[in-house]
Design a protein around this ligand. Structure first.
Ligand SMILES: NC(=O)C1=CN([C@@H]2O[C@H](COP(=O)(O)OP(=O)(O)OC[C@H]3O[C@@H](n4cnc5c(N)ncnc54)[C@H](OP(=O)(O)O)[C@@H]3O)[C@@H](O)[C@H]2O)C=CC1
Ligand SMILES: Nc1nc(=O)c2c([nH]1)NC[C@@H]1CN(c3ccc(C(=O)N[C@@H](CCC(=O)O)C(=O)O)cc3)C=[N+]21
Length: 297
């Protein structure tokens, strides 16, 4: 038996259509255009690629895109000044500061300077706290996209054993919170976890957010389990070319799993679609308008 491939690219197309529909509704009915501001500090090539594709998809969905490219030596004060301007700007409903930031900038300080209502990444401590206590929050895009795909493939997640490998604030922790809210029995594994293959073997749902190429092996996985691969790793192919691979050894895992997300074409495209969805959600909330169905959980 080989696994069903969970087509994140298709999912993302459908979600972006929903976003575009609601955006044109907001324009026609209320004369409002949702706006997303993306701030990039420094010249990391991978980040530049993401920022470009976010901007392009924002415009394709009918929203306004504002891009701020700051030099790598931007001071904390300069960055905070920009964030304060964006917080006050009524045309901006969502703000994203691309991570990682250069070493000299305090990431937590910068993220927590964003107005939580405009924090479309869901990284502000107030949104993290709201999510953890089961209150209405801005939900981080990557875990949100993963949950949307899981719900579609598994139906109810209630009572399922879920193992999240990775405990970062941007992926692992919020993913675990969402799965807990869905009444999964959640285990969070990390670099100090002792019996990882055994833990993974007990999981109906495996979410891999490790940052290690091809780390999770097919033989660890319980037959029929649903595997979500968040990892984005560029590896040398031997012929001098690079290839994009996930944190899961896809070729062995697909022989065992019931369903699996590929890399590329899995979680990545959903992350960007969820960013657009969060921008529409933030925009509706800011005017106390009813929120469209299906853009968040
Ligand atoms: N598709 C998408 O949209 C996105 C993809 N990503 C990708 O997802 C991956 C994870 O990202 P992120 O959460 O930011 O990464 P971090 O580096 O912040 O976190 C990695 C986590 O994996 C754990 N880990 C590392 N090595 C091992 C190991 N050998 N065994 C078990 N656990 C281990 C770490 O444990 P410890 O805490 O103990 O150090 C840590 O908790 C990366 O590949 C990243 O590129 C990230 C964001 C979005
Ligand atoms: N504030 C902030 N928010 C983020 O959400 C954020 C961030 N910083 N920093 C970096 C990570 C990474 N990330 C990805 C988004 C899309 C793809 C994506 O679309 N990937 C394509 C492939 C793209 C390619 O070919 O490189 C795919 O998986 O099919 C990947 C990774 C968002 N992140």
């Amino acid at each position: 038996m080989t696994a069903q491939i969970i087509d994140g690219k298709n999912f993302a197309v459908a979600l972006r259509e929903k976003v575009a529909e609601h955006t044109s509704y907001l324009k026609e009915k209320h004369n409002i255009t949702p706006g997303l501001a993306v701030v990039l500090v420094g010249e990391d090539p991978a980040s530049q690629v993401y920022v470009r594709s976010k901007g392009k998809q924002t415009i394709e969905a009918g929203m306004n895109s504002y891009e701020y490219k700051l030099s790598a030596d931007t001071s904390e004060t300069e960055l905070l000044t920009l964030i304060n301007q964006l917080n006050a700007d009524t045309n901006v409903h969502g703000i994203l500061v691309q991570l990682p930031l250069p070493e000299h900038l305090d990431e937590a300080l910068v993220i927590n300077a964003i107005d939580p209502a405009k924090d479309v990444d869901g990284f502000h401590i107030s949104n993290a706290g709201l999510l953890a206590t089961g209150q209405k929050a801005m939900v981080p895009c990557t875990p949100l996209g993963c949950l949307m795909m899981l719900r579609e493939y598994c139906g109810s997640l209630s009572g399922l054993n879920a193992v999240v490998v990775g405990r970062s604030n941007i992926v692992g922790k919020p993913m675990a919170q969402l799965l807990l809210k869905e009444s999964c029995t959640v285990t969070i594994a990390h670099s100090r976890t002792r019996n990882l293959p055994e833990l993974v073997g007990g999981a109906d749902i495996v979410v891999a957010a490790v940052g290690q190429p091809l780390f999770i092996k097919g033989e660890w996985i319980k037959p029929g389990a649903t595997v979500i691969d968040v990892g984005i790793n560029r590896i040398e192919q031997g012929d001098g070319m690079t290839r994009l691979v996930g944190d899961v050894d896809f070729e062995t895992a697909r022989e065992v799993a019931g369903a699996i997300t590929p890399v590329p074409g899995g979680v990545g495209p959903m992350t960007i679609a969820c960013l657009l969805a969060n921008t529409v959600t933030a925009c509706c909330r800011s005017y106390s308008l009813p929120e469209p169905q299906g853009l968040t959980v």
